[in-house]
Design a protein around this ligand. Structure first.
Ligand SMILES: Nc1ncnc2c1ncn2[C@@H]1O[C@H](COP(=O)(O)OP(=O)(O)OP(=O)(O)O)[C@@H](O)[C@H]1O
Length: 476
């Protein structure tokens, strides 16, 4: 039950207050009552209290095991819950962790992946396609239905936000939060699809704003997504999509704001993860492009071969390259601009292959061998800059004081760090440029009356030891 995510439409106050009151429900369990106790294998297991002596409680678990636990570590079990669970967890007598997880599991077992907690929607990732849940017939059903009248669904959340915006004239936001791989990006797309359905214009009016927003996804994913331990297509950036509406509630513009791109991934990848998708797809481009950018097998490149994962099951990188190019055409990135983008991507790979050795001066460095000189020259050609200037920027540091400018040599380790810093900054500028380009193509409406924002805050990973701080966890 680890793939959960939460969507919040309005205030979280009510939920927090209620859960705090109900957490206190464990006091004084009596003999014969049903309780939850922690279990090392299944997280929580239910059982019956056999003995209660002050703080010490003896419980006969449903697994047949008898355990002795502290009164403060057990939770009452709600025996009134139907076997298929409840569709809104505020209906549970006890809103504590074992109760919530048990209810989500009961619903998941009958293929109900969505559950409310008041106006929060909780989704459990099904990891299988459920097209019947998201078709136009389903959207028609949720249109105008009161929140809670139909089964829990992202369309109901989007519908409630849309109606509040129209009826009260106030802009709304929907927060999509959860751990990596929980399904936030998929849910964000569903929310946008529904908002497009409600506020969309007729197809006869040409390519619509909502089409453009959805069409920009493959471009953003190629440059901002990567395979992680949890998710083969993990978004490594946060995204706030702002859909703007006119007086009549029709979509009039949109903007995508991105933040916190995980820059360290450009030059540091751990097994079995991968770098950003665009690097691998460029290595699998048609031979003329591979030749033009002096690329080849991804195993040749330091920024890719720190991990042993190069391919993704079921993914044809050369097709991904063609699809990304096509998506770039659609969002209005010209073929000259596309060439410039991929030159930068290739240059970063060459940059990563420059190694440094000690130079003649004390604590200085120079590219190590013929191979490093080749990659330096190629990176400079692709960046369209002078190779000597690039070498100096890696091997020297310029310090400007009030009175003078001092040039300091860097030793081989410092030069390698300076190379990685350049790769990261260039990549993140490229990403920002792409987002600007997409926004120009979608078009914002400075006159818009109100907007609905969808925040997809990317997943935090809960490892035993967190190597990188990848984002700020949200507490819902
Ligand atoms: N509603 C759904 N129906 C079917 N499959 C889903 C659904 N939601 C998620 N998935 C599956 O789970 C995978 C991971 O989902 P998604 O990329 O949306 O996660 P995420 O929370 O955005 O992760 P990250 O924070 O790492 O970007 C998807 O590629 C898809 O295969």
């Amino acid at each position: 039950m680890e793939w959960l995510h939460y969507m919040l439409v309005e205030s979280k106050q009510e939920f927090l207050q209620q859960s705090q009151e109900q957490l206190a429900a464990t006091a004084n369990p009596i003999v014969g009552s049903r309780v939850w106790v922690e279990d090392p294998d299944v997280a929580w297991i239910d059982g019956e209290v056999l003995e209660a002596k002050g703080e010490v409680i003896k419980v006969l678990c449903t697994s047949g095991k008898t355990v002795v636990v502290k009164a403060s570590s057990i939770y009452h079990k709600d025996t009134e819950v139907p076997p298929s669970g409840v569709d809104d967890m505020t209906k549970l007598a006890y809103l504590h962790e074992p109760g919530v997880l048990d209810n989500l599991r009961s619903r998941y077992d009958i293929n109900e992946i969505y559950t409310y907690t008041g106006n929060i929607l909780i989704a459990v990732n099904p990891f299988i396609k459920l097209p019947h849940l998201y078709d136009s017939h389903m959207m028609a059903q949720y249109k105008g239905a009161a929140f809670g009248e139909l089964s829990p669904h992202p369309f109901a959340v989007a519908d409630a936000a849309y109606r509040l915006m129209i009826n009260e004239g106030i802009s709304q936001s929907i927060l999509v939060s959860g751990e990596s791989g929980a399904g936030k990006t998929e849910s964000t797309k569903l929310l946008m699809r529904y908002l497009a359905y409600m506020g969309g214009r007729a197809a006869a009016e040409g390519r619509t704003v909502e089409q453009k927003v959805l069409e920009s996804n493959p471009v953003l994913e190629a440059f901002g997504n990567a395979k992680t331990v949890r998710n083969n297509n993990s978004s490594r950036f946060g995204k706030f999509v702002e859909i703007q509406f006119d007086q009549r509630g029709r979509i009039s513009g949109a903007a995508i704001r991105t933040y916190l791109l995980e820059r360290s991934r450009v030059c540091q990848v751990s097994d079995p993860e991968r770098n950003y998708h665009c690097f691998y797809m460029l290595c699998a481009a048609p031979p003329e492009d591979v030749k033009k950018y002096k690329l080849g097998d991804p195993r040749m490149f330091h920024y890719l071969n720190q991990s042993n994962c190069f391919e993704l099951e079921g993914l044809d990188e050369s097709k991904e390259y063609r699809d990304t190019r096509r998506a770039m055409d659609i969002v209005g990135i010209s073929s000259e601009e596309q060439d410039a983008i991929f030159k930068v991507v290739a240059a970063i790979l060459h940059l990563g292959n420059i190694e440094f050795a000690k130079g003649k001066e004390i604590d200085s460095s120079v590219p190590r061998d013929e191979k490093s000189w080749f990659h330096l020259q190629t990176a400079a050609d692709l960046f369209m800059c002078d190779a000597k200037a690039l070498e100096d920027s890696l091997c020297k540091r310029v310090i400007v004081t009030r009175d003078e400018t001092i040039t300091k040599w860097l030793d081989p380790e410092a030069a390698a760090l300076s190379r990685d810093a350049l790769a990261k900054i260039v990549y993140s500028r490229l990403f920002d440029w792409l987002v600007d380009k997409i926004n120009n193509s979608i078009g914002q409406d400075p006159e818009s009356k109100s907007l609905i924002g969808v925040l997809d805050i990317y997943g935090f990973e809960s490892f035993k030891t967190n190597r990188f701080v990848t984002g700020t966890p949200f507490v819902v």
